[in-house]
Design a protein around this ligand. Structure first.
Ligand code: PDD
Length: 275
């Protein structure tokens, strides 16, 4: 196993960054996660476009499209990864002393690694979720490494036996702590719009695409907390979980509590699109 750090290929335990790295001191950085199926990055151009948007939002200079493509190629060649998740992190870099305001332009710290991902071909068992208030900041569209809110919410969810917290802000469902959601009502899909309050998930985008091909109407319109009990189906999407049916939120059973018909259709369409 070898990881990339600032131009070097290293054993994971040999990869070290400065304590004055702004990623360490301020979480001043961004990341990207790209799924890999049969050795091929999935929806790569969309992930790289999001990486560029995150960097631009923080005014960190990008190493450039060609660099990212070669980095991912090298990573996969060195790590024999059939089905995997590529992790890329870029921080603003290390400086001489701690200072909130960056002292001049720095060389960004670039780290990349690969981890194995079990590939799913079955319909996942419905999971339990819990509804929690979205306590995160107002720029959730940036894939920032500052994930304290997400972590606190995930810990709270785990403590009540839920796979994922489903977050709400001002009466509307935003997303999960590391996933987007789709609500199904009368055969139509509802998901929060891609504003500053959610991460524009690549899996979310792909599921919208698949739904349109299947003739399932999609509304990019956030679902209201007060309508949760009326839902027919609910599922989450992310690069690692793909399409994950939710059978229950706290005491509310969604539909029959199993995997609904529309969700199942999209799980199969998603699997087929990975080949
Ligand atoms: N999760 N929303 C948040 C807050 C996330 O952290 C993620 C990604 C998503 C889904 O995005 P995508 O479909 O592009 O993975 C939504 C990490 C990367 C994961 O669980 O894979």
């Amino acid at each position: 196993e070898s990881v990339y750090l600032n131009g070097e290929w290293l054993a994971p335990e040999a990869a070290k960054v400065s304590v004055f790295d702004r990623g360490f001191l301020f979480a001043d950085g961004i990341y990207e996660v790209v799924p890999v199926y049969q050795g091929q990055p999935f929806l790569l151009e969309h992930h790289l476009a999001r990486l560029e948007r995150s960097l631009a939002a923080l005014a960190i200079e990008s190493a450039g499209q060609q660099f990212w493509l070669e980095l991912i190629d090298d990573l996969l060649a060195r790590n024999q990864s059939d089905n995997a998740l590529v992790y890329i992190q870029v921080t603003r870099g290390a400086e001489a002393k701690r200072s909130h305001l960056p002292q001049g332009p720095l060389a960004p710290t670039i780290f990349a690694s690969v981890s194995a991902m079990p590939v799913h071909w079955d319909v996942p068992a419905p999971a339990q979720a819990t509804l929690l208030e979205d306590i995160r900041w107002l720029r959730c569209d940036i894939k920032s490494i500052s994930l304290l809110g997400n972590i606190m919410l995930k810990q709270q969810a785990q403590a009540c036996g839920a796979l994922e917290p489903i977050l709400h802000r001002d009466g509307l469902i935003t997303e999960g702590a590391s996933s987007n959601y789709f609500a199904v009502k009368n055969g139509e899909l509802y998901t929060a719009p891609t504003d500053h309050l959610i991460l524009p998930g690549i899996t979310r985008m792909w599921v919208i695409e698949l739904a349109r091909e299947l003739g399932i109407p999609v509304h990019e319109q956030a679902f209201a907390v007060t309508d949760l009990a009326q839902l027919d189906e609910l599922f989450l999407t992310s690069s690692s979980r793909e399409v994950q049916p939710i059978g229950q939120i706290d005491d509310i059973i969604i539909g029959q509590g199993g995997c609904g018909k529309v969700t199942e259709q999209l799980v199969h369409a998603f699997h087929a699109s990975k080949r």
